[in-house]
Design a binder for this molecule. Structure first.
Ligand code: C2E
Ligand code: MG
Ligand code: MG
Length: 292
């Protein structure tokens, strides 16, 4: 009896696995088509300098108009893209699109700011990365200082350290800014902080949203920010959803901030308006434009 129900369970499980596999295969082939059919697009989320309240940079975030499922967020397709190696061509598309957008805004008279592009460990393991980035910059005519490469702290541990460090060093020498994303949430070692050519540290969102009423985490956050600033990193807070959080992070010494309270990720059209010089420089809450 037990044996029979065990087998049934196994059959159920393998049927689910097959369904999942079919679904992933379909997503993979749809993604391949999307890459060549303008079905991917980017939103841009402003980052604010806390001293001036001005937008000083932004983050590019990829989205997908899926033909059967509609708008898809990165969490719904990047894991499959990663597992099937498609993250590399998607990453090059994101880099190219970011540089093309920046140049287009500049041609229209916009005062452009640097834009951060997220990179997975797999992209950093591609030894052609610096050459390809140089090619994209040359082709679009964009200066390297307008490009920021953002590596999640969690993916640092997956890097074949030597090769990836030299890739990052090469990108940094080209004038591209390097950011560690979601710091404090993964397993980066202090040694990695010392070895990698880092300009900016993005604190993991948990430092913004679980702090206000805990004295111990207050002291911890403050000490962490002081430590990072002492090493000359720019410290950017993420996931800022309330004014209270923003004021708190400012008091703790953060240099910059990003989050829904300041601005949601914006469509390229809405973001482009923020770069327009005729408009007074956007101040904190003025950035709260609704998305679409
Ligand atoms: P991330 O790099 O940590 O990006 C920030 C994510 O938090 C974005 O989600 C953004 O919409 C969301 N967010 C911003 N402010 C707030 C806030 O105040 N509260 C909350 N709860 N969320 C906020 P999104 O766009 O869904 O992206 C998710 C992740 O997907 C990104 O996390 C990044 O790791 C990855 N990703 C996005 N675009 C790319 C890309 O072009 N390439 C790669 N490799 N990864 C990407
Ligand atoms: Mg990021
Ligand atoms: Mg994240």
């Amino acid at each position: 009896h037990a044996k029979k129900s065990g087998r049934n369970k196994y059959q159920l499980f393998s049927a689910e696995m097959n369904a999942q596999k079919t679904q992933n295969n379909r997503l993979e082939s749809q993604l391949n088509l999307a890459l060549n059919a303008d079905a991917l697009f980017l939103d841009f989320q402003p980052r604010i300098d806390l001293a001036t309240g001005h937008m000083v940079s932004a983050e590019a975030l990829v989205r997908w108009h899926n033909p059967t499922q509609g708008l898809m967020q990165p969490s719904a397709f990047l894991p499959i893209a990663e597992a099937r190696g498609l993250i590399v061509p998607i990453g090059y598309w994101v880099l190219g699109e970011t540089c093309r957008r920046l140049q287009a805004w500049r041609r229209e008279g916009g005062h452009i700011v640097p834009i951060a592009v997220n990179m997975s460990a797999m992209q950093l393991r591609d030894s052609l990365l610096p050459a390809r980035v140089a090619e994209i910059l040359a082709k679009t005519g964009l200066e390297a200082r307008f490009l920021e490469i953002e590596v999640a702290e969690g993916s640092l541990t997956h890097l074949h350290t030597d090769a990836s460090i030299s890739t990052l060093v090469e990108l940094s020498r080209m004038g591209i800014r390097i950011t560690i994303d979601d710091f404090g949430d993964g397993r980066a070692s202090l040694k990695q902080l010392q070895c990698f050519p880092i300009n900016t540290i993005n604190l993991a969102p948990c430092f913004s949203n679980c702090i206000l009423d805990h004295q111990k985490s207050d002291a911890f956050t403050k000490a962490l920010i002081n430590f990072l600033k002492g090493l000359s990193f720019r410290v950017n807070a993420k996931g800022v959803e309330t004014l209270a959080q923003l004021k708190y992070l400012e008091m703790q010494g953060c240099d910059g901030a990003q989050g829904f309270w300041l601005s949601k990720p914006l469509s390229a059209t809405h973001f482009g308006v923020l770069l327009c010089p005729d408009r007074p420089k956007p101040q904190l809450r003025q950035l709260v434009l609704r998305h679409h």
